[in-house]
Design a protein around this ligand. Structure first.
Ligand SMILES: CC(=O)[C@@H](O)[C@H](O)COP(=O)(O)O
Ligand SMILES: NCC(=O)COP(=O)(O)O
Length: 243
């Protein structure tokens, strides 16, 4: 089975917002991603709406036909309401601090276990699959399992950062985290700073990876390679490492 590719289109919204009009058209880009082979669309609305706007989520939900994954901070009631109103295939809970440039850590699932358990049940009660964003630390995977979540998403920034120094060493905590997740019956996603260079090795070394969400690097690659060709190349990396 090959890992699914969900394209994160935050950066398309960043470009659109820079001029105030509707160019590029976010919904059209999402539909194009799907037509070019993407198996899901990911967005991460942030409270300042600096890229994805809350209205975008409604517009995308009405248009797309692949798996819709909404990421964000469930401590914001506006985010919870948005997700419940749109019922995506998956919500990914990310512990964003205020003013963060991008996501930079996973949940402390031990400290926040009761809170997360409550949020997981709110979303699952609405028929939405839940994934919890975590660092590749075995105790955090254990804590996630105790919340009743369906999946975890491994935060891959450290892997991407350390890839060129020693990819074998960089991937070790992720492979161990994946094995623990499987033992605990958790589905496994991953994302953040994955790119055309580091993706295949990650997917080969991390067993049972169900889905990756990739945005920043993929949209940058599309400037040079074109969106269709870029998506095909990412899919090729994943299919080469099918499990
Ligand atoms: C959870 C995660 O790793 C990504 O969603 C990342 O946070 C992208 O968000 P930005 O596009 O705002 O950097
Ligand atoms: N969940 C990770 C994601 O959606 C995209 O992260 P990035 O590729 O923009 O770093």
């Amino acid at each position: 089975m090959a890992t699914k590719l969900s394209v994160n289109i935050n950066k398309i919204a960043t470009l659109r917002n820079s001029r105030g009009g509707n160019n590029p058209d976010l919904v059209k880009v999402a539909l194009d991603c799907e037509a070019f082979g993407a198996e899901g669309i990911t967005v991460h609305p942030r409270p300042d709406e600096r890229h994805i706007r809350y209205q975008d989520v409604y517009d995308l939900k009405a248009a797309i036909s692949t798996e819709f994954n909404i990421e964000g901070n469930c401590r914001e009631q506006k985010f919870v309401d948005l997700v419940l109103a749109n019922k995506p295939a998956q919500v990914t809970l990310v512990p964003d601090a205020e003013g963060q440039i991008t996501s930079n850590h996973g949940w402390d699932t031990g400290k926040h276990r009761d809170y997360l358990r409550e949020m997981v049940s709110v979303f699952q009660g609405a028929g939405i699959r839940v994934s919890i964003f975590v660092d590749p630390v075995v105790e955090m995977i254990q804590g996630a399992a105790e919340t009743g979540t369906d999946r975890i998403e491994l935060y891959t920034e450290a892997y991407a950062h350390n890839y060129y120094e020693s990819r074998e060493k960089a991937v070790l905590p992720y492979a161990a985290a994946a094995r623990r997740a499987h033992e605990l019956g958790l589905g496994l996603n991953a994302g953040h700073d994955l790119d055309l260079h580091n993706l295949r090795f990650f997917a080969q070394q991390v067993p049972g990876l169900l889905e990756v969400s990739i945005g920043h690097a993929l949209i940058c690659d599309a400037i040079y390679l074109g969106l269709e060709n870029t998506i095909q190349q990412y899919l090729h990396q994943l299919r080469e490492s099918a499990y």
